[in-house]
Structures are given as structure tokens and as C-alpha cells.
Design a protein around this ligand. Structure first.
Ligand SMILES: NC(=O)c1ccc[n+]([C@@H]2O[C@H](COP(=O)([O-])OP(=O)(O)OC[C@H]3O[C@@H](n4cnc5c(N)ncnc54)[C@H](O)[C@@H]3O)[C@@H](O)[C@H]2O)c1
Length: 368
């Protein structure tokens, strides 16, 4: 890879702080600036990681002419407006999931990325976990055979998380379950039928008008004879955290473990086998390989989302490397802007379907 170094800023320093040392060590980036509203926390993190440029205003940050790219990790409702503003300011954008919460905002992101001719990548951890990379390898070596069906699931109890989570429609945060299914077949969702099930307490319902404890959807993949299923719950549904994908091929099936940290299962026809998933750090520049197995905090200070997701399967350095490499190599990232917004819209349209009693809802085709 070239010697070019991109100036990167991270916006939002909860989960976002996880990425600071990765950018500090990637051979093609300068960890240029950090941004969040509260000055005290900004300075605390800035001092801890020795990042010199600090902004309490996102609007001031994106005016900086030396800044090449922003990585947005702010609360959900800010993802789309901040992404659009940064693209309009001529910056490449990486943004944590979901890309947006409305179809209109998804379209605005596509329009802004195309007008600016800058990369936009949704930083979907679920498609760079070691489990996903293992299934991808089964696909690429022909061991899966023809992919016949996929099933994603993401169940989590979000009581007590920051206020914007409370009562969030489960499918508005569906990308961790949707994306691995679509990434594996390099596809986009075409339409969806989703049912809401169960009921959460009234004070949670009030915020977003979403009553369901669980939302369960079937999606059709555009231009492929394939469907996949996704289940999501966020409140009052008793289960250990799970963020999983199962894949059924004509030769081999892969099923995620039901209990965290146990082995996943590969079925060769009728014969199941428990498998130890290898790490894929060798796919990365050597300077950031260590971040697949180690969070950037010590155990006492680890971010809950990192601990619960099993460190997100070692995905963080892969995400950084893909975002940075795509800019340097002047190619679309994976996912690119169209895939990012389709994988997000899948959940938005699924919730719409659930609110309409399970009616089929078509997804917009943003490529047209
Ligand atoms: N596996 C994953 O992909 C994964 C895991 C965890 C979180 N996330 C995403 O990351 C985002 C952040 O999660 P979190 O748990 O750190 O949230 P959080 O609410 O704890 O932190 C949000 C951060 O954004 C900052 N912020 C808020 N408004 C801002 C503004 N206007 N300008 C600049 N900064 C602002 C806050 O100061 C804070 O540092 C969430 O939206 C979530 O979707 C993704």
C-alpha cells in the first residue's frame, strides 16, 4: 500500500474511543482529531491517548481543511445528519450502525456521497467478525455449495442504556443481523414482511410508538432466488446477548453457538462438527493485527458493547483497514454507500411492515 497518510477524526468517544489506537497504529492514517460535546471528557480522552486536535463542535471540526475523513460514533439520531454534513464538507465518512432511521435520510446520504465523490462506509462490525470471515472462507473455497437460506438474530436487553435506546423499535437497529446475510451473498434486500410480537411496558412504548418486544422478518434478496430471516429483541425478552448468523448451503451449513463463547457448529449433511474459529489478523497490516484479540481498554474500563459482543469478533481493525484502504485505493468500500443504506433500510422497512400487521413493504432501490 502507498505511504499516504489520511487525517482522521473520531466523533463520539464512548464506543468511538475503541478506534483511536487502531488509527494511531494504522500505517496509512494520522489520528488527527477527536470530537465530542463535553469538554471535560474530550480532554480526558485526548490526554489519555495524546490526541492534540480537539473539538466540542462537530460543525467546526468538518470545516478543518486538513481533515480527510471522519468516523462517526455519536448517538443514533445524529448519524445521518452528521454524515450528510461531513460529505457536503468534502470529507470521507465512516459511520457506525445504523446509517439512518428514515428512508429519506438514507437517500440523503447516497445523494451527498455521490455529489461529493467521497466514500461512505457503514462500519458494520458483524461482517468483519472472525465468525463471519470463517463463513466467507467456506463460501470462497466452495465448501458451502449453493447458499440456500440464512438466518440472523440479535437479541439484547437495553434497559438502562442511554435514553435514546429506550423503546427503540427493534428493527431500527437490525443491521447486525441483516448485514451478515446480505454481505455473504453480496446482495441487497428487495422487500420484507415482518411481524411484531409480544409487548413492552407502556412507558417504553411512548417514546417511539413501538409496542413490540420482538420483531421477526423475512426478506427477499433482490435478483437472487434467496430469502433470509431476522429476529430482534431489545427489551423484556429473557435471553443472553446474541448476535448471530446461520447459513444453510447445499453442501455445508454453519450454525452460530446458542451460548456465548461456546463453539459454533458446521454440518456436513447429517454430520455436525463443533469448530474452533481461527483468527484472521493475518489479513491486516502487521501494525494493527493485535487489535483483533484485544480491546483498547483494560478489563475494568471496557465498554459494555465491546464486552457483550465478545469484542465484536475482532472486527474493529478490519473495519478500519477496509475504510482506509478503500480511500487510498480509490475504490468503493465494502459495504459501499448503496449497500450501507440498503442494509439499514431493511430494518426501517421491516418495522414499517410490523406496524402494518405484516404487510409486504418494498425497499427503495437507491441505485435508480
Ligand atoms: N457493534 C457496533 O457496531 C456498535 C457497538 C456499540 C455502539 N455502536 C453505535 O455507536 C454509537 C455510540 O454508542 P455509545 O454507546 O458510545 O453511545 P453514547 O451515547 O455512550 O456515546 C455517544 C458519544 O457521542 C457524543 N456526542 C453526542 N452528541 C454529539 C454531537 N452533537 N457532536 C459530537 N459528539 C456528540 C457523546 O458525547 C458521546 O461521546 C451508537 O449510535 C451505536 O449505534 C455500535
Amino acid at each position: 500500500m502507498s505511504q499516504k497518510k489520511l487525517n482522521i477524526a473520531i466523533v463520539g468517544l464512548g464506543f468511538g474511543a475503541e478506534f483511536i489506537p487502531i488509527y494511531q497504529n494504522h500505517p496509512n492514517t494520522n489520528m488527527y482529531a477527536i470530537c465530542q460535546r463535553t469538554k471535560e471528557k474530550l480532554d480526558q480522552i485526548g490526554d489519555q491517548y495524546k490526541v492534540g486536535k480537539r473539538f466540542t463542535s462537530f460543525e467546526d471540526l468538518i470545516k478543518d481543511p486538513d481533515l480527510d475523513a471522519v468516523h462517526i460514533n455519536s448517538p443514533i439520531h445524529l448519524h445521518a445528519p452528521q454524515s450528510v454534513a461531513a460529505l457536503k464538507a468534502g470529507k470521507h465518512v465512516a459511520c457506525t450502525v445504523p446509517a439512518a432511521t428514515t428512508v429519506e435520510d438514507c437517500r440523503a446520504i447516497v445523494n451527498a456521497a455521490n455529489a461529493a465523490k467521497k466514500n461512505y462506509m457503514m462500519m458494520e462490525t458483524a461482517i468483519y467478525t472472525r465468525e463471519f470471515l470463517y463463513v466467507r472462507e467456506l463460501r470462497d473455497t466452495g465448501q458451502l455449495g449453493r447458499i440456500q437460506f440464512m438466518r440472523g438474530s440479535h437479541q439484547q436487553e437495553m434497559a438502562g442504556w442511554p435514553g435514546y435506546w429506550e423503546g427503540l423499535p427493534p428493527m431500527h437497529y437490525a443491521t447486525h443481523a441483516v448485514s451478515p446475510c446480505l454481505a455473504l451473498v453480496r446482495g441487497e434486500a428487495e422487500h420484507v414482511a415482518c411481524f411484531g410480537s409480544g409487548r413492552i411496558e407502556d412507558k417504553l412504548i411512548a417514546k417511539y410508538g413501538s409496542p413490540f418486544a420482538v420483531e421477526s422478518a423475512l426478506f427477499k434478496v433482490r435478483n437472487q432466488q434467496l430469502a433470509f430471516e431476522v429476529t430482534r429483541s431489545l427489551f423484556e425478552t429473557a435471553r443472553q446477548y446474541i448476535e448471530s448468523v446461520d447459513v444453510y448451503g447445499s453442501k455445508t451449513a454453519f450454525e452460530w453457538t446458542l451460548i456465548e463463547n461456546e463453539q459454533c457448529i458446521v454440518h456436513h449433511g447429517e454430520t455436525p462438527e463443533k469448530v474452533t474459529i481461527p483468527d484472521y489478523a493475518h489479513l491486516l497490516p502487521k501494525e494493527i493485527q493485535r487489535f483483533t484479540t484485544k480491546g483498547v481498554y483494560d478489563e475494568e474500563h471496557a465498554h459494555l458493547s465491546f464486552t457483550q459482543g465478545g469484542g465484536h469478533g475482532g472486527s474493529h481493525p478490519h473495519l478500519v483497514n477496509e475504510f482506509v484502504s478503500s480511500i487510498i485505493e480509490r475504490r468503493p468500500s465494502f459495504p459501499d454507500v448503496y449497500q450501507s443504506v440498503n442494509w439499514t433500510c431493511a430494518g426501517i422497512c421491516a418495522h414499517e411492515s410490523a406496524m402494518q400487521g405484516g404487510q409486504i413493504v418494498p425497499l427503495p432501490d437507491f441505485r435508480r
